[in-house]
Structures are given as structure tokens and as C-alpha cells.
Ligand binder design. Structure first.
Ligand code: FBP
Length: 552
């Protein structure tokens, strides 16, 4: 494989561990804190996790290592969408495991959680690990979105672990994957398999965070990558002065990515899905809100701008989410075949008109035809609308264009409006991890092994105090059950880790709110530039604005 100069240099990078993990394995001891209880629904969660509930928070400290140094065979799984730093979680885990005992083995289960149930794994050795240190991507073993959640899967997993002598599994994933890690840990404990399960918090979406997990890994690098590109687009917009750029950024449920990019770049507009839901904003209200900025800037001679749109926003617009539900019902079961057989879009449109309520039809009618067709033609295997595929950046620019056409007619808009569209998502998920993510991830992996070594199960590897230099980070573990509550999912009550949405009374949103009216009218763009891997720490080790504001 031909290596780029950066990749060669990144191999040499030595990730920074929290101070208490720096003296070598023999010098790491455990301090147990208080027993924990779940954030809500304590009695129900306790009943569902009789073997793993209520365990103590733990912190590692410098001191004599008192763990029973038994031989470990650890299996590692990457779950869900890639996030920069996944390879470093694995290399941190590997280094700690080998430093503890050269005979220890690290198995990589391939292609995500299904690698465990399909018994598809590979032994990770020095050569493999060294080829992936400090690189982006999940390609070392691949990832997948299979969910480990049924009793049958757990049984097979237990058999595979027994066959391979696996003593612990590390699951690197988001809220769902770590919820399932907790259920698997409970199953293994209840069935005396002796296999421990440790989770690591991953997702570029940033929605796995709570009072214990300050941020999921990958968010830092992904948002820095998008912010670099948005900054560049802003500069282009300000140079040519002729386009409005509508930029959709990833983040299926929460708008943390959009908000962080807005804090970094100060664009004219950034929608926040959680606010849209809170204010029950309609599509036309959102379009008018953006159009106000277009008009105000046009009056000042600036017929250009930048608007950031979070990927999941349409699901948060109440009228749109009702429309989606109606479409799903309209095409449920065999009705989809009947629809598909209709020869032309005109016939299909008539079918739709008859099937939707007047309210939903009114919403449907204002959508651009390309979006209308997307809603009916691109559907998931269950026949449901694939909301994440909706090109909301095009949807909103089309709606704004309609509003502006009306305003032109009544003389309240005399400017020009030319729109360009972008979707930033996959560009950021496999970038070379920033120094922050390289350090954080390596620490999470190293720490995960320490939790295994000390016999813990059902824990999330926890590294905190992240807004400070790595030396001051605090390493430890938190029972996953502490982060759980009961939620209704697909018609059933389920114990799950609460997904963290943007808090409208939180400091990052408040800062944005205090400044956005100015940004909407003026050209207050900032240009974060590319991630810097080498140079002064105040440039290279900077964390996100979100984390900095939250910890202020
Ligand atoms: P995870 O929650 O698994 O980390 O993935 C999040 C994400 O990056 C979203 O932002 C995006 O909507 C989705 O993955 C896309 O997934 P896919 O890779 O399956 O297209």
C-alpha cells in the first residue's frame, strides 16, 4: 500500500494518555466511588439488570496494580457508522493488553456485531495494529449495523466466546450499540459465562453524551472537517458574492453537528431541529425565517449567504412528520404494489391526493416535485419513507425561492437569489483523527482494557475532564445501566440509553441564540481552516466550541 506523507508521520504520533494512566500497567489502581442508580425508572431497570445494576463508578489512579492478571482473550467490535478515532480505540486496547501480558490476544470481529454471531474474526497483531495507528476509518475490521438484541443471538455469542476462549468483548458504538452491550453483559453474567462486556462511546452525531460521558469520539474531527469546508464555502460566497449555499450536515436525530459548525463558522443561518420541534415550526415558517435573512442581506447589497441544515430537521417539523406517517400508512402492505403499478406520476399524484388528509395534502403540495417523488419512491425494506435520504437542503432552498418570488411580486424583495447545495457527511466520518480524537480514543481503548483487567462488566469506558489538557483527564468507568431509562420503541417498553438532543437552555445553544440575529444580516464569517496535526497546542489540541462552552 502506498502511504501518503501524512499517514507516515501519523504512524509516529504518540497519543497522550490521561496522567493517571501514564506510569505503566503495574502502576494503575482502582478507586471505587458510590453505587449508582439509573437516571430514571430505577425499579424497572434494576429488575431488568439484576446482575449488573447499581454497580459503583470507578476511577483509575496511580498506585499498585492489584488486579488478578489472568490471561485475556478480548474480542473487539466496531458498530454503526464510522467515526474518526476508532482505530485508536483498538490500538489503545491492544497496547494495554500486550503491556499487561504478551500472551494476551486481541480478536477483531469483522463487519460489526454480526462478526460475533457469525464467528468471523481475525487475530490482531503488531503488524496490523501498526498499519492503522492514528488513521481514520473503521476498515481495520469493518463495521455494521446489525443489532445484538435477541436471546438467540446472545446464546450464539456465548457459544462463540466459549469456543474461542474469549474473556471479554469491547463494543465500540453509539447509544443503541451500548444499550445492547449492557443487555449482553447482563445475559453473560446471568448465565455465568465469565465473559465481560465493556462499551466505548462513539458517534460523529454527538448524541451519546450525558453527565458522565462528555462527548462521543469522532464528533471533534468530523465537525472540524465540516467546519473547514463550510469556512471555505463562506469565503467563496464572500468572494463571488452571487450564491446562497444550502449545506446539509449529518446528524440524524440531534443537531449537535450543525450547532458546532455554526459556532465555528458563524454562518448566516443554522437551523436547529430541537428548536424547530419546540416551537412547532411549519415548513413555511422556516422558509420565511431564511427568506428574511436573504432579504435583509440583499438590502445591504449582499446577494449571498450560507445556511446550515441539520440532516434530520424535517422529522422535527410537526406537519411534515404527520405527512410521513400518513404516507407510510397509505402504502402499507399490498397498497404499495397498487401504487407502484400506476403508470405515470400524474396517476400516482391522484392516488396520493385521495389518500392523504387535507392538512397533509396541503403540506405535500408545497414540496418541490423532486422531493414529492423521493417520498414515494425511495423507501426502506419495511416500506417506510427514508427520511434521511430527503434532500432537505434542496427542499428549503426551493421553499425560500417561492417565498422570495411572492415578496418580489409585492415589492419587498428586490435582490437576486441563486442557490447551490451541498451535503457534508461522509466527508468527515473517516478523516485522520484530530489530536483530540487520537488521544481520547487511545485513552478510551487503554482504559477499556484496565476495566477488563480489574474484572468489571457492563461498564462504559469513561474519560472525562476533556476540556483540559490530556494530562488532567480522568480515566475510569461507569455502569451503562446508570445512563438508562425506559422508552417506548416500536410499540414496546425498552431499557435504553437516553439519546442526548441539543438542549435549548444549554450554553452552546444560548451562545448561538445570542449571536445569530447579527450573523443573519452581517457577514460575520469565521474560517476555521484545516485540522492541524503539528504545531502549537493551542491550535492542534483545541477541542470543540460545544465542549468548551459546556465546561465554561
Ligand atoms: P452512528 O449513529 O452509527 O454513529 O451513525 C451516524 C451517522 O453518521 C449519521 O449521522 C448518518 O445519518 C448515518 O450515520 C448514515 O449511515 P450510513 O453509513 O448507514 O449511511
Amino acid at each position: 500500500m502506498k502511504l501518503s506523507p501524512l499517514q507516515k508521520f501519523r504512524y509516529q504520533y504518540v497519543p497522550k494518555l490521561p496522567g493517571m494512566l501514564r506510569n505503566g500497567i503495574a502502576e494503575i489502581c482502582v478507586k471505587e466511588g458510590a453505587e449508582t442508580s439509573s437516571v430514571r425508572d430505577q425499579e424497572k431497570i434494576k429488575a431488568l439488570f439484576p446482575n449488573t445494576y447499581g454497580k459503583k463508578e470507578i476511577i483509575f489512579q496511580k498506585g499498585e496494580n492489584t488486579s488478578a492478571a489472568k490471561k485475556q482473550v478480548v474480542g473487539v467490535i466496531l458498530s454503526g457508522g464510522p467515526a474518526p478515532g476508532g482505530h485508536n480505540v483498538i490500538s489503545g486496547l491492544y497496547d494495554a493488553l500486550k503491556a499487561s501480558n504478551k500472551e494476551n490476544i486481541l480478536l477483531g470481529f469483522k463487519g460489526g456485531p454480526s462478526g460475533l454471531t457469525n464467528d468471523n474474526c481475525v487475530i490482531l497483531d503488531d503488524a496490523t495494529i501498526d498499519a492503522y495507528r492514528n488513521t481514520g476509518g473503521f476498515d481495520i475490521i469493518g463495521s455494521g449495523r446489525t443489532k445484538l438484541e435477541t436471546e438467540e443471538q446472545f446464546k450464539i455469542a456465548a457459544e462463540v466466546c466459549k469456543k474461542r476462549g474469549v474473556t471479554a468483548i469491547v463494543i465500540i458504538g453509539g447509544d443503541d450499540s451500548n444499550t445492547n452491550a449492557a443487555v449482553l453483559a447482563e445475559y453473560f453474567a446471568a448465565n455465568n459465562t465469565g465473559v465481560q462486556v465493556i462499551g466505548c462511546p462513539k458517534t460523529i452525531d454527538g448524541d451519546l453524551k450525558n453527565e458522565d460521558i462528555e462527548c462521543s469520539f469522532g464528533f471533534d474531527t468530523a465537525t472540524k472537517t465540516y467546519s473547514e469546508l463550510i469556512g471555505n464555502i463562506q469565503r467563496d460566497a464572500n468572494s463571488g458574492k452571487k450564491y446562497w449555499h444550502f449545506i446539509k450536515v449529518m446528524g440524524r436525530s440531534a443537531s449537535h453537528v450543525a450547532l458546532e459548525c455554526a459556532l465555528e463558522c458563524q454562518p448566516n443561518i443554522c437551523l436547529i431541529s430541537e428548536e424547530v420541534a419546540e416551537k412547532k415550526m411549519s415548513l413555511s415558517q422556516i422558509a420565511n425565517y431564511i427568506a428574511d435573512s436573504v432579504c435583509a442581506r440583499a438590502e445591504r447589497g449582499m446577494n449571498f449567504g450560507v445556511a446550515i441544515i441539520p440532516e434530520g430537521v424535517v422529522e422535527f417539523v410537526p406537519e411534515f412528520s404527520v405527512l410521513i406517517q400518513e404516507i407510510n400508512e397509505l402504502l402499507a402492505g399490498s397498497k404499495a404494489d397498487k401504487f407502484n403499478e400506476l403508470p405515470s406520476w400524474k396517476d400516482k399524484y391522484e392516488f396520493i391526493e385521495k389518500g392523504l388528509t387535507n392538512e397533509s395534502m396541503a403540506v405535500f403540495a408545497i414540496l418541490p416535485e423532486a422531493i414529492q417523488q423521493q417520498l414515494f419512491l425511495e423507501r426502506d425494506p419495511h416500506g417506510n419513507v427514508q427520511v434521511s435520504l430527503i434532500e432537505s437542503e434542496k427542499l428549503f432552498s426551493a421553499l425560500v425561492k417561492d417565498v422570495l418570488a411572492e415578496r418580489k411580486k409585492n415589492g419587498t424583495f428586490n435582490g437576486k437569489f441563486g442557490a447551490l447545495h451541498h451535503f457534508l457527511g461522509y466527508e468527515g466520518r473517516c478523516a485522520f483523527p484530530s489530536n483530540f480524537d487520537a488521544d481520547y480514543c487511545y485513552s478510551l481503548g487503554y482504559n477499556a482494557f484496565m476495566l477488563i483487567q480489574y474484572g468489571y462488566t457492563g461498564y462504559l469506558s469513561k474519560v472525562s475532564n476533556l476540556s483540559k489538557p490530556a494530562e488532567e483527564w480522568v480515566a475510569g468507568g461507569m455502569p451503562i445501566t446508570k445512563m438508562m431509562n425506559i422508552e417506548r420503541r416500536h410499540g414496546h417498553d425498552k431499557p435504553v440509553i437516553r439519546k442526548a438532543l441539543v438542549e435549548l437552555d444549554g450554553k452552546p445553544f444560548k451562545y448561538f441564540q445570542a449571536n445569530r440575529d447579527t450573523w443573519a444580516v452581517e457577514t460575520a464569517y469565521t474560517f476555521p481552516g484545516a485540522i492541524q496535526y503539528y504545531g502549537p497546542a493551542e491550535v492542534c489540541d483545541l477541542t470543540t466550541r460545544t465542549l468548551a462552552l459546556e465546561k465554561e
